[in-house]
Structures are given as structure tokens and as C-alpha cells.
Design a binder for this molecule. Structure first.
Ligand code: GRF
Length: 196
């Protein structure tokens, strides 16, 4: 049986991208075939190369061109797209082409603290400023509206009254490491089952 091929998009440190790569390395049904970044200096670029995964660094013009992205992914037989800390908007034509096959992770309990400008520590700062007593992660499909696609799964953690941004960031990363690859796997396998 042919493996399901996924591409991971990442712009930064890439702890999630890396975790996904190692999770699927031993799996029979799914493989990470490609990593796309928009930044040559993103730490994930070298890390992914060291894992033996094909890496493409595309400049802003190239990643804004849905046609080019589709061509790249289609040419490699990519079935699913995982956004793991990818800080560029995905072109509409690409979203439509991979309808219900693009999965993003967001470091808050959406619909809270989503939308434009809400990424990384901006999210955690807003959560703390608003004295929220919990936060968490949301794994969701990407649709045409920013951070508004169908929610696949959410996992929460408590927020202490004197918590720092760094402490909250670490808690969120732990949730991401624990759940993101598993949820990706379950979602893809479920999709394939219902289409076979
Ligand atoms: C994660 O917190 C993820 O939820 C968000 O961006 C961050 C990326 O972290 N979308 P890393 O690059 O995977 O370490």
C-alpha cells in the first residue's frame, strides 16, 4: 500500500515540525515527504535536512503564488498539508485545492485569541493580560478565514495567576508535543477510511 504523503510548513524553531517528522518515521501508513519554509534562517531548515527530509525554502513571492505551491506539492504526490508554526498566509487557491486537507496548530483555545497578529508570545501575553484561568491548543482544518476552520481537537491547561509568558509557552509546547502528531495521524487515517 502506498503511504500517505505529507508536507510540513514551518517558519521558525520547528519543535512541532520535528516532532511530527520523528513520530511518522516509523509509521507504515504516513510519511513526511517535504518541509517548506519561507525563511532560509529558520532553525527548522537545517534540522529537517538532518532528518533526511527534502527541504524547500521559498521566498515570499513564491509562497504567495498558490499555483506554484500546488505544482510543487502535486508533483510530489502530497496528500495532506500540516502547518506547524508557519507565519505566512496560505494562498486561497492552495486552500481550495487541499480543501479539508490542511491542518494547523494554534497555541490557544480558539475562537479565543485567534486571527491576525495572534501568534507566538502575542497569544500568551493576551491570555495573561486578560487573566484567563486556562489556555491550551487547538488543532483545526484551515479554511478561507484565518483561524476559523473546523476544530478537530483542543487540549487545555490551567493558567496560574502569577504565570509568566515563558511558563505558559512551555506548558503549551508540552501539550503540542504530546498531542499534535497523534491527532494528525488519526485525522488522516479517518479521512482515508471514509474515502475508501
Ligand atoms: C507553536 O506554538 C504553534 O502552536 C504555533 O507556533 C508555534 C511554533 O513553535 N502555531 P515551533 O516552531 O513548532 O517550536
Amino acid at each position: 500500500m502506498q503511504k500517505v504523503k505529507i508536507v510540513v510548513f514551518a517558519s521558525g524553531n520547528g519543535s512541532n515540525a520535528l516532532n511530527i517528522m520523528s513520530f511518522f518515521r516509523e509509521k507504515d501508513e504516513i510519511e513526511v515527504s517535504l518541509l517548506i519554509s519561507n525563511r532560509q534562517d529558520a532553525p527548522i531548515v537545517e534540522k529537517a535536512k538532518n532528518q533526511g527530509v527534502e527541504v524547500l525554502v521559498l521566498d515570499n513571492e513564491a509562497v504567495s503564488d498558490g499555483g506554484q505551491l500546488i505544482e510543487i506539492c502535486q508533483g510530489r504526490g502530497i496528500d495532506f498539508v500540516i502547518l506547524a508554526g508557519y507565519l505566512r498566509k496560505i494562498p486561497l487557491s492552495f486552500v481550495r485545492y487541499y480543501d479539508n486537507k490542511i491542518i494547523n496548530i494554534h497555541p490557544s483555545l480558539l475562537p479565543k485569541y485567534g486571527g491576525k497578529g495572534m501568534y507566538g508570545d502575542y497569544v500568551h501575553k493576551a491570555v495573561l493580560d486578560n487573566k484567563e484561568t486556562n489556555s491550551g491548543i487547538t488543532i483545526h482544518f484551515v479554511n478561507e478565514e484565518f483561524d476559523k476552520g473546523e476544530i478537530i481537537a483542543q487540549f487545555a491547561c490551567e493558567v496560574e495567576h502569577d504565570e509568566t509568558i515563558e511558563q505558559l509557552r512551555n506548558k503549551i509546547h508540552l501539550l503540542e508535543q504530546q498531542y499534535f502528531p497523534k491527532v494528525v495521524e488519526e485525522t488522516i487515517l479517518k479521512h482515508n477510511k471514509s474515502n475508501n
